[in-house]
Design a protein around this ligand. Structure first.
Ligand code: FAD
Length: 463
């Protein structure tokens, strides 16, 4: 039997952007309907992205830490891997969070409609046999992994990030195609669990968005862990019974095809803008599937907003969340807009790579007058005591005002540490503000204060 729902705000997609927008709109007194194709809330991030990958990275970290202890006099022996248990632990983590969202939706009386939504007009959306009539819509449809045409499709030895998280087996030889954040994070997991992992990247450095010095420190530390082929691309994959034979081309290409047991394709994500008949509501979608939105997250149709991965880079959960809040507040009549001074990026690899604000690369491209100060962790008491001195902390300052405009950290816990730099950028702090902030000793965070002191020329002694 067909159903009809009339709502003030319909949100299409229940990822970090969608659920944040729905909850904020409900908190502001609006009647909200949240449409989601998956059987659970949370989108890519909670179900097949940020959260399950971090659960597995936690396992990888403990394995690596335990191994490292041997050189400090504590040996645990070789790890015994029970894949079923690891998988069910990861699923439990995901379940706890997605169920939490169910509760939060109920508490706010957000109606959840399960199914795939498509626009049928500027104020109507169809989800299976349910017609939803809305005053405002927020499109939060997210993105999905890009597939490569020359790679076999129906071969379960070729996986994307979702397949990698399923953790069906631990291949002996694995190729990660694409040296971006997602590929390296999943490569870290499989390497720790016992795979021999090779990474091929078309650009001349891994994680091309990050500054070269950051990636260099990561790559140097990992040269023993991964076989890394930069400036190289895959041109063909032949599926044979005994494995996948990969042909490479480029600077570091092996001469003959190389056999792998599994290939993880991690070459980026494409937006889902083309999948919901947006044109029927009058919303423009570009040729790549992105929907353009302004600083108030409005599309070209005033009462329809768009947020998250579907509106562009960076495709990150925290960007989607903040955009979701702004979209809901604008619909509720507030004059807010989304214009942060920095959006943090973190690769939860080992070591972690994290940056916020402008990178040096961007500063150069934009012709900014800047200066950078770098504090090497080789001089950090805490890093030495943790036997992890490969990292550094870099702050980027406006040359004239000495205000901080960017920063990057490579090292253990870099992602957690980055928050201080993000706050300093957002608050318009200058080098002196950071240098005069008393940081606890011995912490890795201290390196942020010390980088500012180095820049100010006020450093006296190193911890
Ligand atoms: P999504 O999370 O993609 O959610 C969109 C939802 O909309 C989906 O559930 C989809 O089913 C639904 N949908 C789409 N179209 C329709 C429709 N027409 N009708 C009904 N439902 C629809 N980001 C970070 O910030 N930190 C991380 O550590 C991180 N790790 C990641 C690890 C992996 C392996 C992956 C793949 C991604 C990771 N990301 C990470 C990126 C992050 O997951 C995304 O940026 C984030 O999920 C985007 O949120 P969103 O709300 O825009 O869309």
């Amino acid at each position: 039997m067909s159903k009809e729902i009339k709502t003030q705000v319909v949100v299409l997609g229940a990822g970090p952007g969608g659920y944040s927008a729905a909850f904020r709109a409900a908190d502001l007194g609006l009647d909200v309907t949240l449409v989601e194709a998956r059987s659970t809330l949370g989108g890519v991030c909670l179900n097949v992205g940020c959260i399950p990958s971090k659960a597995l990275l936690h396992v990888a970290k403990v394995i690596d830490d335990a191994k490292e202890m041997a050189s400090h006099g504590v040996s645990f022996g070789a790890p015994e891997i029970d894949l079923d248990k690891i998988r069910s632990w990861k699923d439990k983590v995901v379940g706890q969070l997605t169920k939490g969202l169910d509760g939060m939706a109920k508490m706010r009386k957000v109606k959840v409609v399960n199914g795939y939504g498509k626009f049928t007009g500027a104020h109507t959306l169809q989800v299976d046999d349910t017609t939803i009539t809305f005053e405002h819509a927020i499109i939060a449809a997210g993105s999905e992994p890009v597939a490569l045409p020359f790679i076999p499709k129906d071969d379960d030895r070729v996986i994307d990030s979702t397949g990698a998280l399923e953790l069906k087996d631990i291949p002996k030889e694995m190729l990660v195609l694409g040296g971006g954040i997602i590929g390296l994070e999943m490569g870290t997991v499989y390497r720790a669990l016992g795979s021999k992992v090779s990474v091929v990247e078309f650009a001349d450095q891994l994680v091309p968005a990050a500054d070269a010095d950051v990636v260099k420190a990561y790559t140097k530390f990992n040269s023993k862990n991964f076989d890394i082929m930069l400036s190289t691309k895959v041109t063909a994959v032949e599926a044979k019974k005994d494995g996948l034979y990969v042909t490479f081309e480029g600077k570091n290409a092996p001469e003959k095809p190389v056999r792998y047991d599994k290939i993880l394709v991690a070459v980026g994500r494409k937006p889902n803008g083309n999948l919901m008949d947006a044109a029927k509501a009058g919303v423009n979608v570009d040729e790549r599937g992105f929907i353009h939105a302004d600083k108030q997250l409005r599309t070209n149709v005033k009462h329809i907003h768009a947020i998250g991965d579907v509106i562009g880079q960076p495709m990150l959960a925290h960007k989607a969340v903040h955009e979701g809040h702004v979209a809901a507040e604008v619909i509720a009549g507030q004059k807010h807009y989304f214009d942060p001074r920095g959006i943090p990026s973190v690769a939860y690899t080992d070591p972690e790579m994290a940056w916020v604000g402008v990178t040096e690369k961007e500063a150069k491209e934009q012709g900014l007058q800047y200066e950078a100060a770098t504090f090497p962790w080789a001089a950090s008491g805490r890093a030495i005591a943790s036997s992890r001195t490969e990292g550094f902390t870099k702050l980027i300052f406006d040359k004239e005002t000495h205000r901080i405009i960017g920063g990057a950290i490579v090292g253990i816990n870099a992602g957690e540490m980055l928050g201080e730099i993000g706050l300093a950028i957002e608050m318009g702090a200058d080098a002196e503000d950071i240098a005069l902030t008393v940081h606890a000793h011995p912490t890795l965070n201290e390196s942020i204060g010390l980088a500012a002191e180095l820049y100010e020329g006020s450093i006296t002694d190193l911890p």
